[in-house]
Design a binder for this molecule. Structure first.
Ligand code: ADP
Ligand code: ZN
Ligand code: ZN
Length: 738
């Protein structure tokens, strides 16, 4: 025998492990699953993780390469996280190596030691004092002793020069036995402090009932905290975390987008004295690793982060919270297409801890889990404090002229709110000036040359942009088809709305908030500061405005176009539309000023809108869910979407046709029922960035059957000769069907 064979997970798109011989000179006891190793791969070195140790390989031993060296001496991940990653890889049909790569901080992927940067501190030893005879002739050392005596917990080495000390002097003190160096992580807190830095609000009846339920639980339990915007969900999170910290456990909080919610994050730091680590995109690789380690080693009491934070290991997990659980950003849309909300459920189960899913507009998946008794629903129906809910009304715009996307009555109403000293928020889901540029004489429309899509007209600077592939070009001066010069922008985007508002309300600031104006760092912060000052103004913006913010002085929210979502080709269109309207509406009247919401629509009698005007998301959801059940759509069935794209539509289609045949054969040979193959069909936007796209949907009545098929199918697809010429991916539980 040739010694143990290591099966190594490497960051490769292939769904398989790679066999290597163990590094020279190591005994079997030195090897463990979960250790990182560096291995030769092609003509370079790669870092992988030992996924299994075996005594045989399908590769002849003589051909097996030897792993170069072990990087870790103990497994990188706690057992539960290793299980989470393995489960994620198999559930989403992704390679384990690539899954681990998504889960780990960059520096660990590159083979850095899994240790925090140590802050080195200098500290006096007992018996050191300025008049000590050993330093009577060394003024620098004397001074150093004086300075250190004022820092009983140690003085950071990084700061010594700022205190006028030198390394030489400190090292001399060390040799004389008067000072020592100590190491500790940057997240270390030296003295035990009272847990709370501020007094919690006293919970109202509903909050108390929710907290009683949550804190009574032990082991795994999932709660759906359904609370209208402003009902005090965050306060419930804070007090549930307090309970968790009192048990010496850690809390993990997932939020949709960090840049947009600085105020909420501040509330966690203001409340608790424990270290709070926030995993945000502004961290450099080193800071990210330090935060990861502070979480893994139990130094961080609270870990807050977006989607990928679900993979942060915790030494003493106690509670997982997913805020705005319906938010689409929890689903990764490329590579490893996981849903962090769903992984949170699995993880809470694995770690046997409580899970709170919070939302004003729960996803249908979660509501379905309540119906099935898997989650317990906790409701907060009243706004906390004195705030009352906004009134929601539809404004029928049939046959009314629109300017900048707005009707006359709306403009009038806005004027009234502004003159009373209040703020107005205008929501429009398109950025740019106009979604289309059209020839008034022949009907030609500006289209993207690389996509099956229209170009959006932008005004400052004047250009045509494709929002799908990012290409840009100069605005046509005349129609390329009929040479007419009468080219007109059709419809309105944020720029055009802003322009028209500036004409209507020259005396009030108009603040536009979209991806174009917020591209600069800090732009959002300074905009928020202006809004928080409370002076009357109009905010015009996209989705960005809908999330998480508190705008206490906004009394009118206008939704310019609600019709798009009502007749979407995606069966989730109405769910998304309702969630969006309620989220946007929730920005209004949060303090003591009553709020009003106006929805412009051509379909004022639509049932969805009627439900929303009565604040009845639950009734809307129940009706929609019944429709989904009747049509056997998720959450009553399970889907996976095989997407493919290539430079030639023939090749894309051939790959999917053959994939479809393969699947049919497998369904027959595995003898499974209740699975349907829908397609292949061209994607709704067939050509994007010059590539031809198509898709094949697999739908099954049972999750286990779907996975059984996927497992065999993907193994076969990977071997397919076309699989290397077509770019393809599998999306399990797709949220976006296009
Ligand atoms: P949500 O997260 O549901 O939007 P928040 O927790 O942010 O709601 O609460 C909304 C507002 O109500 C905040 O200003 C908060 O300080 C306040 N609030 C929450 N709970 C209470 C309470 N029990 N008593 C008084 N004010 C509260
Ligand atoms: Zn023309
Ligand atoms: Zn394009």
């Amino acid at each position: 025998m040739s010694g143990p064979i290591l099966q190594i997970a490497l960051p490769s798109p292939l769904r398989r492990l790679f066999d290597y011989r163990a590094p020279a000179g190591l005994r079997l006891d030195d090897l463990q699953v979960g250790l990182r190793v560096s291995v030769p791969f092609g003509n370079r070195q790669m870092v992988g993780v030992i996924a299994a140790i075996s005594d045989q390989s399908s590769v002849p031993v003589g051909k097996l390469k030897r792993a170069s060296e072990l990087i870790d001496h103990s497994p990188l991940l706690p057992d539960s996280l290793w299980k989470l990653c393995s489960w994620t890889a198999s559930y989403y049909q992704h390679g384990l190596g690539d899954t681990l790569s998504s889960a780990l901080p960059v520096l660990l992927r590159r083979g850095e030691p899994a240790m925090a940067r140590q802050d080195m501190l200098w500290q006096l030893l007992p018996g050191a004092y300025p008049e000590h005879p050993a330093i009577s002739r060394a003024p620098k050392q004397k001074e150093a002793v004086q300075t250190l005596s004022r820092h009983p917990h140690g003085l950071s080495h990084a700061l010594i020069s700022q205190w006028g000390l030198t390394r030489d002097a400190l090292e001399s003190l060390e040799r004389k036995g008067l000072a020592q160096r100590i190491h500790q992580s940057p997240h270390h807190t030296s003295e035990p402090q009272p847990l709370l830095k501020e007094t919690p609000l006293s919970p109202n009846g509903e909050q108390q009932a929710a907290l009683d339920a949550i804190t009574a639980g032990d082991g795994f339990h999932a709660w759906l905290l359904e609370g209208v915007t402003g009902s005090g969900k965050t306060e419930v999170y804070l007090q549930a975390i307090q309970h968790c910290l009192q048990q010496q456990r850690q809390a993990l909080v997932l939020i949709p987008e960090i840049g947009l919610t600085p105020q909420t994050l501040e509330r966690f730091r203001r409340r608790f004295s424990v270290p709070v680590v926030i995993l945000h995109s502004g961290l450099n690789d080193r800071e990210r690793l330090d935060a990861w380690i502070a979480a893994r080693d139990g130094e961080a009491g609270i870990v807050i982060g977006t989607r990928s934070a679900i993979f942060t290991p915790l030494a003493r997990p106690g509670l997982i919270i997913v805020d705005e659980e319906h938010d689409l950003s929890y689903k990764q849309q490329e590579g490893l297409r996981y849903n962090a909300r769903d992984l949170a459920v699995y993880r809470a189960h694995l770690e046997q801890v409580g899970l709170i899913l919070g939302s004003a507009t729960p996803s249908f998946e979660s509501l379905h889990n309540v119906q099935r008794g898997r989650y317990q629903r906790l409701r907060l129906t009243q706004r906390a404090g004195n705030a009352s809910p906004p009134t929601i009304q539809c404004l029928d715009i049939r046959s009314r002229p629109l300017e900048g996307g707005m009707s006359r009555p709306l403009i009038q109403l806005m004027g009234e709110h502004l003159r009373r000293g209040n703020q107005v928020l205008v929501f429009i889901n398109r950025r740019g000036f106009a979604p289309t540029l059209m020839c008034h004489d022949c009907g030609w429309m500006a289209e993207c040359r690389r996509c099956d899509a229209r170009m959006t007209l932008h005004q400052s600077p004047a250009q045509l942009h494709c929002h799908h592939c990012g290409s840009q070009r100069a605005v046509d001066r005349c129609c390329p088809k009929c040479q007419s010069q009468d080219l007109r922008p059709i419809g309105a985007g944020t720029e055009r709305t802003e322009e028209h508002l500036t004409e209507c309300f020259p005396d009030f600031p108009i603040l536009r908030i979209d991806r174009d104006t917020m591209a600069r760092k800090q732009a959002m912060q300074s905009m928020l500061a202006r809004i928080q000052s409370g002076a009357p103004c109009v905010l015009v913006g996209t989705q960005m405005l809908a999330k998480g913010h508190h705008f206490p002085d906004v009394t009118l929210v206008a939704i310019l176009d609600a019709d798009g979502g009502l007749f979407s080709a995606d069966f989730r269109g109405p769910e998304r539309m309702a969630q969006l309207i309620i989220q946007v509406a929730g920005r209004a009247g949060r303090a003591n000023k009553p709020g009003q919401v106006l929805i412009q629509t051509h379909m004022a009698e639509h049932q969805l809108l009627l439900d929303l005007t009565e604040h009845d998301y639950d009734r809307f959801a129940e009706r929609e869910l019944a429709g989904r059940a009747a049509a056997q759509l998720p959450p009553y069935s399970f889907m996976a979407l095989l997407r493919a794209e290539s430079n030639s539509s023939a090749q894309t289609n051939q790959f999917l046709d053959e994939a479809c045949t393969l699947a049919e054969q497998l369904i027959a040979s595995l003898d499974i029922a209740d699975v349907e193959l829908l397609g292949p069909v061209p994607s709704p936007m067939e050509r994007r960035a010059g590539r031809y796209r198509a898709q094949l949907l697999v739908q099954a009545g049972q999750r286990s059957i779907l996975h059984q098929l996927l497992h065999h199918w993907l193994a076969a697809l990977e071997q397919h000769p076309l699989a290397r010429r077509v770019r393809w991916s599998i999306d399990v539980d797709p949220l976006d069907m296009f």
